[in-house]
Design a binder for this molecule. Structure first.
Ligand SMILES: [Zn+2]
Length: 452
């Protein structure tokens, strides 16, 4: 790693994240942590003494944003992996403020290479907290909803995360207060059902729980908040195969989300694990299948061992399933992709997130797979890139800070060896990562987490 004050990426093909057609022969000038100029190579001259990076034949895209992570605990926090995978910003959607503040400080001070960390602080619950995630939640009295939001806003959070027991009226009050404080609201829905989150003012619904509203009559839940997050996921798989993604009810749900401006962060990588365990092709950058991953040897041993163990469990469970059960699982997976694609085609905003370090999710690299799955769902490669660059920045109120390549923005850039618009998997062909003006070589980040 070297601290660079003046840097120029010369004659690259730029995909700016705004959605403009790619521009060839562009030079990007960086000073400190900012892009200061961008223009044709012929007229955009690097200042004397600038470090030059040859961009000829290469592609420059904005650094990626993972919109759903949990910085979590020290043994599961791998900031170097995020950077090596080109993820220059993460949004933590549930953790304790003192941990998050410490992790952020370690990255911001340069002590440890890593992505910019934005966070919501603890996930807010008005009912009983699921024991498995108690460390990441805070239970509050709904009569104090505004005070709770204010306390987090005063502590400097970047958004508010509402969790499974929060009911529609509480969600509405939390959203009103959060918006008054300039903060977006993210929600993992159980008690607040389907489009109720949109009506309440939620800015992004997480996972595919919003589609729970489409359950056939026999599957309706009397008390969805009584299920823990894993049970709710299992419940979706029990009937999603039966859904017709072209049904009027689906279209009405899209319309209500879109009318309210609610985005969808589907975290498809979480759901892909089930068909993946059957041996189905759910993405070439699969990280949870140790036989297909190239990164496994580079992972810290306990992380690699956990992945291998979990994968073996999943395989065994999948092999034990009946042929009929496998067919239903595949239909459910196809429907998940169809619902996400349909929402996008109807005009909805889709965000890219992974829920790292949930089971089988690898820091940074799982976002490449998420982008691949978004393309399978029906987003173009350009739109998938925007789901991990411009859209997150807009949703977080930071459109002028990061997420796109333009003068004045943070110098968060990826130099790719191949065209990501021709094949979204080329997002993984990273030759250089520039994060807030500092240049990294991915291989070096992976080899020596503490010594780059
Ligand atoms: Zn999560």
């Amino acid at each position: 790693m070297s601290e660079i004050h003046r840097l120029a990426v010369v004659e690259a093909k730029v995909i700016d994240g705004i959605g403009h057609a790619p521009q060839e022969g562009v030079t990007v000038l960086i000073e400190g942590d900012r892009v200061v100029e961008i223009g044709p190579a012929g007229t955009t001259r690097a200042p004397v003494g600038a470090t030059l990076i040859d961009g000829r034949g290469k592609f420059l895209i904005p650094g990626l944003v993972d919109m759903h992570v949990h910085v979590y605990t020290p043994e599961k926090w791998h900031p170097e992996f995020f950077l090596a995978a080109g993820v220059t910003t993460v949004l933590d959607l549930g953790g304790q403020l003192h941990d998050l503040t410490a992790y952020r400080a370690a990255v911001d001070s340069g002590d440890r290479p890593g992505p910019r960390i934005l966070f919501t602080g603890p996930m807010l619950e008005e009912g009983e907290v699921y024991a498995g995630f108690a460390g990441f939640c805070r239970r509050f009295d709904s009569t104090r909803t505004e005070a709770e939001v204010d306390a987090l806003a005063d502590a400097g959070v970047d958004g508010i995360k509402l969790y499974v027991t929060v009911r529609p009226d509480t969600a509405r009050r939390a959203c009103a207060r959060a918006h008054a404080r300039g903060l977006p609201v993210f929600m993992h829905q159980h008690a607040t059902w389907g489009a109720e989150a949109a009506q309440a003012g939620v800015d992004s619904v997480e996972h595919v729980n919003v589609f729970g509203q489409l359950a056939p009559q026999g599957f309706w839940l009397a008390e969805p908040a009584k299920l823990n997050p894993f049970e709710y996921g299992g419940w979706l798989w029990r009937w999603l195969d039966d859904l017709d993604p072209r049904a009027d009810a689906v279209r009405r749900l899209y319309d209500r989300l879109i009318a309210a401006g609610t985005a969808l962060d589907p975290t498809l990588v979480l759901y892909a694990a089930r068909p993946g365990a059957l041996g189905d092709d759910v993405g070439d950058t699969s990280m949870d299948d140790p036989e297909r991953t190239k990164l496994l040897p580079l992972l810290p041993a306990p992380v690699g061992q956990e992945l291998v163990g979990r994968w073996a469990e999943r395989r065994a469970a999948a092999h034990g399933a009946s042929e009929a059960a496998k067919r239903r699982m595949r239909r459910a997976w196809d429907n998940i992709l169809a619902l996400v694609g349909g929402f996008h085609r109807a005009g909805g905003v889709v965000l890219a997130g992974t829920d790292c370090p949930n089971v089988g999710i690898v820091s940074g690299f799982s976002l490449h797979r998420e982008l691949e799955l978004l393309v399978r769902a029906g987003l173009s490669p350009m739109e998938a890139i925007m789901a991990a660059t411009r859209r997150p920045a807009e949703r977080l109120g930071h459109r002028d800070v990061f997420g796109t390549i333009a003068a004045g923005r943070s110098a968060d850039l990826l130099l790719l060896g191949a065209d990501p618009l021709a094949d979204i998997r080329n997002v993984g062909r990273i030759e250089r990562v520039i994060a807030r003006g500092v240049v990294y070589e991915p291989g070096q980040l992976l080899r020596g987490p503490r010594n780059v």
